[in-house]
Write a protein that binds this ligand. Structure first.
Ligand SMILES: [Zn+2]
Length: 356
């Protein structure tokens, strides 16, 4: 292998080890130089891949496939297409099989391409509102590819859409979203890939954090004077579905949960008045709750600052895991009220709370 693949390997390992971005052997990456595409081989994992895990392919041969006529029948077309893709290899080691998505990598003129299937991105690509929201959230500097057969058909569709983008915008597309599949990001440097990825993930994250919850967050802030935020914890959907489901979280599991989430989260059912529930809680406990679970809506944090909110989110998510595992071990057993009282009034813990 002639080209220096150090940057490609580094980029692949970095993102491949991040479970928010890549799971198991999913995703693939590539680098282009002097008409050669170095693309991840099938059966390798991004997190541990080395230069050997990539195979060299002739870009001209791959792009020529887009002009070729293939049989309309699925099996015949895919067989003929696969033969051609394999023939486009120009590696000295022909035992390697390129990723099935190699053709898509070759369509981007940029030097580096990252293709992954993060859950946050696929929340969008696998949603009813996805196509419309993609542009609203990410802007018009991207392409949305509707659901289609993988392989040749997907390549053809992407190629056409990229051509249209090029003509309309006078530049190359850098972000391609594939419905029910994932995302492609292309750039001349790995730094730029990282920047675009951070931007996309940041925008999607911000959207799920606030979408449809702005009014409630404002209301919680107005009622308590605290910094209020919606906590987009995946497992929360189950715990806020009813008071019965929330029960497991309404008493603390460990001292850490008390420190960061407060001793008792407040559950407010759909037919309760939020203001009354908050005031009754304050009367009984001496302060507002740090965590509010709104039935069929979600989990919210009420804290003094952003850092406290972050920690409350982490420990609430942890409590949900503990509740889940405790069920497996015979049922949830929270801390006793007596011990909870002792800890909340214990000087050492209140010191730690002030530091947290
Ligand atoms: Zn894929």
């Amino acid at each position: 292998m002639m080209a220096d693949l150090a940057n490609l390997v580094e980029m692949s390992n970095k993102h491949g080890r991040n479970p928010e971005l890549v799971l198991a052997g999913g995703g693939n990456t590539s680098y282009k130089k002097d008409g050669v595409l170095y693309v991840k081989c099938s059966g390798t994992s991004l997190g541990t891949i080395t230069a050997d895990g990539f195979t060299a392919m002739d870009i001209a041969k791959l792009t020529a496939l887009m002009e070729k006529d293939y049989p309309a029948e699925d099996a015949a077309r895919e067989a003929a297409f696969l033969t051609d893709v394999m023939e486009a290899r120009c590696d000295e080691d022909l035992s390697k099989r390129p990723s099935v998505e190699a053709l898509l990598h070759s369509l981007f003129p940029q030097a580096y391409v990252l293709h992954i299937h993060p859950a946050l991105v696929n929340g969008l690509t696998c949603s009813r509102g996805g196509e419309k929201l993609a542009e609203e959230i990410l802007g018009s500097q991207m392409i949305w590819i509707p659901i289609c057969r993988p392989g040749y058909t997907l390549g053809k569709l992407c190629n056409e859409a990229m051509k249209v983008y090029r003509q309309e915008k006078g530049q190359e597309v850098q972000v391609v979203l594939l419905q029910n599949h994932g995302i492609f990001i292309a750039a001349e440097t790995v730094e730029e890939i990282d920047k675009i990825l951070d931007d996309v993930m940041g925008k999607l994250e911000a959207y799920v954090r606030t979408e449809g919850k702005e009014e409630l967050v404002k209301k919680l802030h107005a009622l308590t004077g605290r910094v209020a935020e919606y906590l987009p914890i995946r497992e929360a959907v189950h715990f806020v579905s009813s008071r019965e489901s929330a029960e497991a979280l309404l008493k603390p599991f460990t001292p850490d949960h008390i420190v960061y989430c407060g001793a008792f989260p407040l559950f407010v059912s759909g037919d309760e008045d939020l203001e009354t529930a908050l005031n009754q809680f304050k009367e009984k406990q001496g302060d507002y709750p740090k965590i509010v679970l709104l039935e069929k809506v979600g989990a919210f944090a009420l804290c003094q600052n952003e850092k406290e909110i972050k920690n409350a989110e982490l420990l609430l998510a942890d409590a949900m895991k503990v509740a889940y595992y405790a069920e497996r071990f015979g049922g949830v057993l929270p801390m006793t009220d007596e011990l909870t009282y002792f800890i909340t009034h214990w000087e050492a813990e209140s010191y730690r709370k002030k530091q947290a």
